[in-house]
Design a protein around this ligand. Structure first.
Ligand SMILES: [Zn+2]
Ligand SMILES: [Zn+2]
Length: 319
């Protein structure tokens, strides 16, 4: 396992940067540029590198889709949110003309995690294979149903012509897939969701999204600490602030950055990536949450530091 690349990092619904949002960024950039040398391209690059990410970049707005770079010949992806579309375009450009196999691991079947499939161009191409893995019994039904009339113009069978296969993963039972050992675990979320632990070449990656963690349940905590144990990277649903997660949005099926740090520290994970960002949050709000999370990690740090980042569309993390 070489690393991961994020193609969609937003929770619940894709969002786009608006003109007003862009104008705000430009104002911030121009203020920061006052008095700075801007005569050469190198000056401009230097200024951009000095700016906070929320000004010079954007977290992006596609819904959940994460590519695992295994180093093997096949493509591996977690979830088929709207980020699956740009991933498919990149894959087509990379290995045009050669038959490709895609292994896609599904956390669950909520719309924001399946909406990319009808726009996944590699699955339209004869010779390609798409193998969809999941622990839900309704996996195939849910993907077929989103392309039934009157919701979509082209049916599942017409568009994919048998190129999409399904593999059921028994929760808690390690299985071999795409050259890795893959284990799923039932999570607390409406309609159930499953977390994934991927292991290969001595590396462990946990993908855990759309999962609520009741703080007052020690058996639950223990299960997840075991699941996260010594992971090189944990990609974690941190959609809410802790205050929201334990009050108004309790039982909404998501978790917080504070719980993320606590579980990762107990599990001695090396790196945490905040994921499934609240669609209402703008770039500044996500950046503020990242800063708060890093501060919390510093204050509560045990023997080893936990490296914290916030996922954005296009981020690559090497393991
Ligand atoms: Zn979701
Ligand atoms: Zn969900």
């Amino acid at each position: 396992m070489k690393g991961v690349r994020f193609w969609g990092t937003r929770g619940s619904l894709p969002v786009a940067l608006t003109s007003a949002g862009l104008a705000n960024k430009l104002r911030g950039v121009l203020r920061a540029a006052r008095g700075q040398p801007l005569d050469t391209d190198a000056d401009i690059e230097r200024l951009l590198a000095s700016l906070p990410f929320a000004l010079a970049g954007t977290y992006g707005g596609h819904s959940s889709c994460v590519q695992i770079e295994t180093g093997g010949p096949d493509y591996v992806v977690c979830d088929m949110g709207s980020g699956l579309r740009p991933f498919g375009q990149a894959a087509m450009a990379q290995r045009a003309g050669k038959p490709q196999t895609f292994h896609i691991f599904m956390s669950h079947l909520h719309w924001d995690h399946i909406m990319g499939l009808p726009f996944f161009v590699p699955a339209f191409i004869p010779g390609n294979r798409v193998i969809v893995y999941g622990s839900h019994r309704e996996l195939e039904m849910a993907l077929r149903r989103q392309q039934e009339p009157p919701s979509f113009p082209v049916s599942f069978d017409t568009i994919f012509e048998g190129r999409v296969e399904f593999v059921h993963l028994e929760p808690g039972v390690p299985q071999q897939a795409a050259g890795m050992t893959v284990t799923t675990m039932l999570q607390r979320h409406t309609g159930d969701s499953y977390g994934y632990r991927f292991e290969s070449e001595g590396k462990a990656l946990v993908y855990t999204t759309d999962s609520e963690h009741p703080l007052a349940d020690p058996a639950h905590t223990e299960r997840f600490v075991h699941f996260f144990r010594d992971a090189d990277l944990v990609i974690f649903d941190a959609m809410y602030s802790l205050a929201d997660a334990i009050s108004v949005k309790a039982d909404w099926g998501h978790s917080s950055n504070v719980v993320a740090v606590e579980l990762c520290q107990l599990a001695r994970a090396r790196r945490l990536c905040l994921f499934h960002h609240e669609p209402v949050f703008d770039d500044a709000a996500i950046e503020a949450m990242l800063a708060e999370t890093r501060r919390l990690e510093e204050i509560t740090r045990g023997a080893a530091p936990l490296q914290v980042s916030a996922a954005y569309d296009g981020l690559e993390i090497l393991l």
